[in-house]
Every structure is written in C-alpha cells, then in structure tokens.
Write a protein that binds this ligand. Structure first.
Ligand code: SF4
Length: 507
C-alpha cells in the first residue's frame, strides 16, 4: 500500500467479477510498469493494452462515459493522477476500492483503467447442488433482521448503522475527541432518504441490494462516509455530506481517509471547517493544490509537529466506530494487517449487531480468540469473492457447500477457516518483511488517555491500557506470533508457508 507500506487490498462490488468470469478469466495479475498511461481492455478471450494518456486529469464519470460499451470498468480519477496517497479505484461508478490507496498503486503502474466484457457462459461442476446451496443461503438471508428488517441493510443501506452507533455513544466526533454528536438525529439514514429519495441498487446478482440511489441519480453516502463527513468534522449540514461524498467518488478518493485527514487538519489548525470549506478542501487535495493533506493524516500531522492528531493505525485512518465503545474493535484496529480497518474482523457484528451472538462490547474478555477466528473467516470470505453482509444470515458452512458445488472439490467450513488462517499468517510474514512489528500493533494514545463523551446513563472511559496489552499478548499467542509480532517458525511450518523462515519457537 502506498499509504501504509503494509500489504494492501480491497474487496469491491460492482459487476467486474461477473464479467471477468463470463469472459473466461479467473483473475488478472499486473506486474511492472507501463512506459506510458494505459488501459487494459478485456473482451472475452482477448486482452490488450491501449494508450490512455488522454484520460489523465479527467473525472471518473467523464472517463466512464468515454469508455461506454466496454462492459464493467475500474478507473482511477484525478486524485490518483496527482499522487494522493488515499486515491481509490472506482468500479462501475459508485463502487469504491477505497482503502490503502490502491488508486495510486494503479497510477504508479501507469494503469488508468481496466474494462471487461464477457459474453460466455459460466460452467460449474454441479449446477443442481449449487442451486440447493444458494437456496439455503437465500433462506437464511431472508430470515435475518439485520439484512431484511425494516431498518436493515436492504431497506436502509449501511446508513442504518448511524443511529445504532450514535445511540451507543461511540460515534467518532471532532477527530475522536468526543463520542457523541448532538446533530446526529438530523443526519441519519431517514434524513438522507428525505433529502435525496432512495431506491435500491447494488452489485450484479445481489438479492440484498444495500446501495441506495437518490431520485436524481445521486449516490447516497454509506455509513462511514455519513459519519466522517458529519460527526468527525462537526458538520451538521446534510447536503455537505452528500457533496463531499460526490467529490470523493468523482475524483477517486477514499472517503474514510479523506474525512479523517480533514478532521486532523481541523484539530491542528484549531478550527471547525465550514460546510463550504469541506468540499473545497477535498477538491484541492484531489487536484494537487493541497499536497500536505494528500499525504494522509499521519504524514501531515507529523510534518505539523502534532503527530498525536492523526487518528490512524499503521497510517490508515480509522473508520467510524470509536474503539472506547467496542473493545473488540480496539484490538481489531490494532492488529489489522492493512492498518486501521473495521472489516478485517468486523467485531461490530457481535458487539453491536448481536450476530451470531452478543458479546460485552466494553470488555476484552474472550476478544483475542474471537478476533483471530473472525479474521480467518473474513480472509476466506474475501478470497472466495463473497459479500460480508451475506454472513449476517448465512455462514461459512453454506458457502463451503456452494464452493464444493462450483469447483467439485469437497470443501468444509473448517477448510475455509484454515485457508483464511494461512492468508492472514502470510500477510503477517509480508508485513514483517516490510518492517512492521509489535510497536505498530497499537492505537493512538488518545484512546488510552482521554474518555469519550459520557452521559447520565452511560460512561465511556478511556480504554484500559493493561487490558488492551493483555488482550494483544493473548492474540499473539493464539495466532502463533512471537512477542515481536512475527510468525513463529513452528506455526509457519504447520501452515505450510515458505518465504519467511519465521521466528524461533520458544516451545
Ligand atoms: S449486499 Fe453486498 S453484494 Fe449486495 S449490493 Fe450490498 S455490497 Fe453489493
């Protein structure tokens, strides 16, 4: 990742995976760098590089319209052209591969876009078995309130989380200096729906359709974007949230890192950014007029002599769950292999949404093992190309059955977990090679030193440092890491991983 220096990856929606498979390809690997800006165009069995110099500096929608008729497209915008470290890759317009600055990874390879059109059929090993497996998955999804309930993902989109997170006093506000935002009730998903209207949209073939599109074709912001462009910036002007989201999508920038970098800037300059300044600053970052902020909050805060104002882990800005209100999330942020990420383990599932069972969100008890297992499961889910939201209903059992039907290779949930563990362990090894160790598996000091916003009913104290370190140590032991965070040689051998010889196993 250009932003973090760790392994970098994103799972993204849209139709590209469908098109690619129908074109007869399982994946694309890019190595090296093109001598000039280019696009990769795939049409069924044919693939070729074409000159894309004329697309530099253009906005994402303009590039999309110039590429009309070329199927599913993944493009970078001017932010990547101008070296923004948190530049995204936009797939089919509204689906962002946002985290880790993968747009800049494209740019450094002189790759401007990928387009894929597939017209073939996709054959599977056992179609009848796959149909049965899918019916089972659909049945479980249909009975999940988180997915299909009135305030679930299908009806409200990810914005449904806005009220849940605020009600629990864990909404990052004013660059994580507070955890409640007084204006939140007027900035939630129903308020957005009232402002924009909302119809369902989403990824190809999905039955949930969690994305929301406004009546005039405006993309309704997702939860993290809503929260960071409102509470984190103390902005109570809802149209500004919509506009900030639109600027990021149009120019190709990660909304989480963009919002958090602006919040860091606001804290350092001691100002509350006005609704007019927020989109204007985003435009400045994307166009190269604000290079200091284009480096992300960690580098910017360090250059300003206030490194503690960057609320990031391994240089990746934190998402919209304050860890003082969810201790599993605190541990998950700290140990994530791609930096401050909520999706590697997604403990919000059990700490807030009670899936599969509720856990005490203000306790580290049991969290080390839960986080490790969830990381393994999510690594497997990402690698089979499934959407995590389906797992509020179905489980690895049902997906293993579907995978067996597709491939003809008998696979159980345990096999998927094992594959996920291998993926995660290999990522650990790679991060060790890149120079990351235990000191990087930590949170910003603010969370241990300052309380969140308490009310008469609910206290939000600072995170207990001792409890955090104990949970971190336990996580290391369960994951098979030494005290420096390096994969033990015995664990590497057990998982069949070569490359890094591993640390000495004291046992
Ligand atoms: S539920 Fe998942 S697959 Fe469906 S539209 Fe939403 S992100 Fe895409």
């Amino acid at each position: 990742s250009p932003l973090t220096g760790t392994v970098g990856d994103c799972s993204v929606g849209g139709a590209m995976a469908f098109q690619l498979r129908r074109a007869g390809w399982a994946g694309i690997v890019f190595t090296g760098r093109s001598p000039k800006p280019c696009g990769l165009e795939v049409r069924d069995g044919k693939a070729g590089l074409v000159d894309a110099t004329g697309l530099l500096g253009r906005d994402v929608p303009e590039i999309r319209s110039l590429l009309r008729g070329r199927g599913s497209v993944a493009v970078t915008g001017p932010a990547a052209d101008n070296g923004v470290l948190f530049a995204s890759v936009m797939v089919d317009g509204a689906h962002a591969a946002g985290r880790n600055g993968l747009g800049l990874s494209f740019s450094r390879k002189n790759l401007k876009y990928v387009s894929v059109t597939g017209s073939g059929a996709v054959t599977v090993h056992d179609p009848a078995r796959l149909e049965r497996a899918c019916e089972q998955i659909y049945r479980l999804m249909a009975s999940s309130p988180v997915i299909m309930g009135g305030f679930g993902l299908r009806n409200m989109g990810t914005g449904a989380l806005y009220d849940l997170v605020h009600a629990r006093g864990m909404m990052p506000t004013a660059n994580f200096r507070r955890t409640r935002f007084d204006a939140a009730p007027g900035m939630n998903a129903p308020a957005l729906r009232k402002l924009l209207g909302a119809s369902r949209s989403g990824c190809a073939g999905c039955r949930i359709l969690c994305k929301k599109t406004g009546s005039e074709g405006v993309h309704v912001p997702e939860f993290e974007t809503m929260s960071h462009f409102s509470a984190l910036l103390e902005n109570d002007h809802l149209p500004t949230v919509v506009e900030a989201n639109a600027v990021c999508n149009r120019t190709g920038m990660d909304t989480i890192s963009a919002g958090a970098t602006l919040a860091c800037h606001a804290e350092i300059t001691g100002r509350r950014l006005s609704p007019r300044e927020i989109p204007a600053l985003l435009e400045d970052i994307a166009s190269g007029r604000m290079p200091s902020l284009a480096q992300g909050s960690r580098r910017y805060a360090a250059a300003e002599g206030m490194p503690r104002a960057s609320m990031s882990v391994k240089s990746l800005e934190l998402p919209a769950y304050d860890p003082r209100g969810a201790y599993g999330m605190a541990l998950a942020y700290a140990v994530s292999t791609r930096g401050g990420c909520h999706l590697r383990a997604y403990p919000i599932s059990h700490e807030i949404l009670r899936k599969p069972v509720v856990t005490d969100r203000m306790s580290f008890s049991g969290k080390a093992r839960i986080i490790k297992i969830a990381e393994d499961a999510n690594a497997a889910i990402d690698s089979i190309g499934a959407c995590k939201f389906c797992f509020f209903g179905a489980s690895l059992e049902e997906y293993a059955e579907a995978l067996s039907a597709v491939t003809g290779i008998e696979t159980g949930a345990h096999d998927l977990l094992h594959a996920g563990e291998r993926i995660y362990a290999r990522e650990r090894q790679m991060n060790t090679e890149f120079g990351f160790g235990r000191e990087d598996d930590d949170l910003p000091a603010r969370f241990f030193e300052e309380p969140g916003t308490s009310t008469e009913w609910m206290e939000t104290p600072p995170l207990p440092r001792d409890g955090f370190l104990e949970a971190l140590g336990r996580y290391y032991r369960i994951r098979g890491l030494d005290e420096g965070g390096r994969l033990l040689s015995g664990k590497a051998a057990e998982l069949g991983l070569d490359g890094d010889p591993g640390a000495e196993d004291p046992l």
